[in-house]
Design a protein around this ligand. Sequence first.
Ligand code: NAD
Length: 270
Amino acid sequence: MKNFKDKKIIITGGGSGMGRHLAYQLAAEGAEVFVTDINAQTLKETEQEIISKGGKCKSYVVDSGSEQQIFDFKEKYLAEEKYVDVLFNNAGMALGEIELMDVKDDHLKKIIDVNMWGVINFTRAFLPTLISRPEAHLVNTSSVFGIIGVKTQVPYCTTKFAVRGFTEALRMELADTNVIISCVHPGGIKTNIVHNGIHYKDGSKSADQFEKMAITTAEDAATIIIRGIKKGKEKILIGIDAKLIDKIARWFPVKYSVMVKWFHERNFKK
Ligand SMILES: NC(=O)c1ccc[n+]([C@@H]2O[C@H](COP(=O)([O-])OP(=O)(O)OC[C@H]3O[C@@H](n4cnc5c(N)ncnc54)[C@H](O)[C@@H]3O)[C@@H](O)[C@H]2O)c1
């Protein structure tokens, strides 16, 4: 899709970070933007900022971890708007640094509900209307942690590998349709994801390291994603870190873990 003017675009997780900046930039290009988020306040801020600049935006509080809320939103949205041209499955959460056996059951369930089921259910809800459009794009956000596995991130990696697998397999199923499917793999992006992590500890070594290593701004990340969509790119890597990790995982598909372990112990060990 080369031009977003007058396109109807749904962005999940539009209240912060990359989702918010995607909404700003796409609205500035003339799209009608529909943002969803669990955080009513930040979501409203995104909507008001776009409208104050003359753009078109409507916001809806939807918990991406709730199948019921997603399908209720679908009914309401389609009754009012009839169709959607682009769906960004961007909403996501992190737990923070924690080993698998220390993760509480409800936290494990929650991250899988939001990061994996959220993407699956939003896609199931809106795929028929995407397929009915003359051109359409589905954009699912995975991570570099959907390319490599990392200790203390087992639940997050599980969900992000799932998003990648779901996206790549669905792309084959939809090869004969007008829907282009992109999988986004951001490296470290300066957003609220780590601060909002359930196990985030202010001032901890891992939190400080993330601040230092998140080298790309959310604004630049959104620009890279939009540029990737315009070029029809199916795999969108964001940041030099993501590009390097992708290469290492392809050069050393098993042994990359030795490098990751060394890097982790050097930078993240408390
Ligand atoms: N920031 C990074 O370094 C990074 C790296 C790789 C992948 N990602 C992924 O990028 C996506 C965007 O994250 P971000 O970095 O902009 O973080 P962010 O925390 O700034 O934004 C995420 C948004 O998702 C929303 N959200 C969280 N749980 C939700 C739920 N249950 N229902 C609806 N909305 C919910 C949050 O309220 C927030 O507005 C996520 O999928 C994240 O996993 C981020």
